[in-house]
Design a binder for this molecule. Structure first.
Ligand SMILES: Cc1cc2nc3c(=O)[nH]c(=O)nc-3n(C[C@H](O)[C@H](O)[C@H](O)COP(=O)(O)O)c2cc1C
Ligand code: SF4
Ligand code: SF4
Length: 267
């Protein structure tokens, strides 16, 4: 069986899970979602794959905007088995249901949707990250789920999606997202403090190319997909959201590197 997994990651959790799943499945190609955006030529593997997966982090109990955009523009050839893997801090909400809805609009559907709890990377405005000593246990528990998910994919099971499609929950969640991203305005409050040495790493890894670094300044544009990569990967811990993230622990998955992040962006 040949498989493609389209991935998106901010702090490496999703890429690490996609790699573990690819190892368990065999004959699997991982393609960064940012390289499969609308207008990009379809890769030969995607024309013939027996199974296609979408792996992404949950943002505000939904899919990241960049992942939605990619799925909406994606061409699906033939009748591949479709699956989703959403990594999250424990509350996937309707993310996998929303992916299913996007696929249904293309005449397809999600046969399996797994929500995998990983270390939390939501550092601000409020800090939802667990204490550091819990990270290893969370990573181990997540890794232990991979063989069972791989087996379900291999046997092309059609099973209920994980998470919740409840309407009241969705309404509360989108109000919460509106408060944080629009009213409080996290993307507008991203800035570099005087710890910044203008190394340029944040600009090289930002998946939406939203950051410009010059000899004097670091500036953020308006095309932020909320991945928090710039905050967590800055070697100087110089990126903050307003004044609220100062002194908080930074995180990225131990098996994922800056090189992986640069590759995701497309070099
Ligand atoms: C902006 C933002 C919103 C998030 N919202 C949720 C959420 O609604 N539910 C949840 O369980 N985790 C949430 N998280 C946590 C991430 O989904 C989780 O840490 C994920 O594994 C990160 O994956 P990555 O390392 O591949 O970027 C959020 C993280 C960010 C940055
Ligand atoms: S990664 Fe950090 S130190 Fe480097 S340019 Fe960006 S904000 Fe400055
Ligand atoms: S600006 Fe930062 S948080 Fe926004 S998409 Fe780029 S790396 Fe992610």
């Amino acid at each position: 069986m040949t498989t493609i997994i389209y991935t998106f990651t901010g702090t490496g959790n999703t890429l690490a899970v996609a790699r573990q799943l690819a190892d368990a499945l065999g004959d699997t190609t991982i393609i960064p979602i940012t390289q499969a955006m609308k207008g990009a030529p379809l890769l030969p593997e995607a024309e013939t794959a027996d199974a296609i997966g979408f792996a992404f982090p949950v943002y505000y109990v939904d899919m990241p905007p960049v992942v939605k955009e990619c799925v909406q523009g994606l061409q699906i050839h033939g009748n591949p088995y479709l699956f989703g893997v959403a990594t999250c801090g424990g509350s996937p909400g309707g993310a996998l249901y929303n992916l299913d809805a996007l696929l249904k609009a293309k005449g397809a559907h999600l046969s399996l949707g797994a929500a995998i709890t990983m270390p939390e990377n939501f550092i601000g405005p409020m800090n939802l990250m667990e204490p550091e000593e819990k990270v290893e246990g969370i990573l181990t528990a997540a890794r232990e789920r991979i063989p069972e998910i791989a087996e379900s994919i291999r046997s092309r099971k059609d099973i209920p999606l994980e998470g919740s499609d409840s309407t009241p929950y969705r309404v509360v969640a989108s109000f919460f997202r509106y408060l944080i991203t629009s009213v409080y305005g996290t993307p507008r409050r991203l800035h570099a403090t005087d710890r910044c040495n203008r190394c340029g790493l944040c600009a090289r890894i930002c998946p939406t190319r939203n950051i410009t670094v010059t000899d004097e300044t670091v500036t953020w544009g308006s095309n932020c997909t909320w991945c928090y990569a710039c905050i967590h990967w800055c070697p100087q811990e110089a990126v903050e959201i307003g004044g609220r993230t100062k002194g908080r622990r930074r995180y990225h998955h131990p098996d994922v590197t800056v090189k992986d992040m640069v590759e995701q962006r497309g070099g």
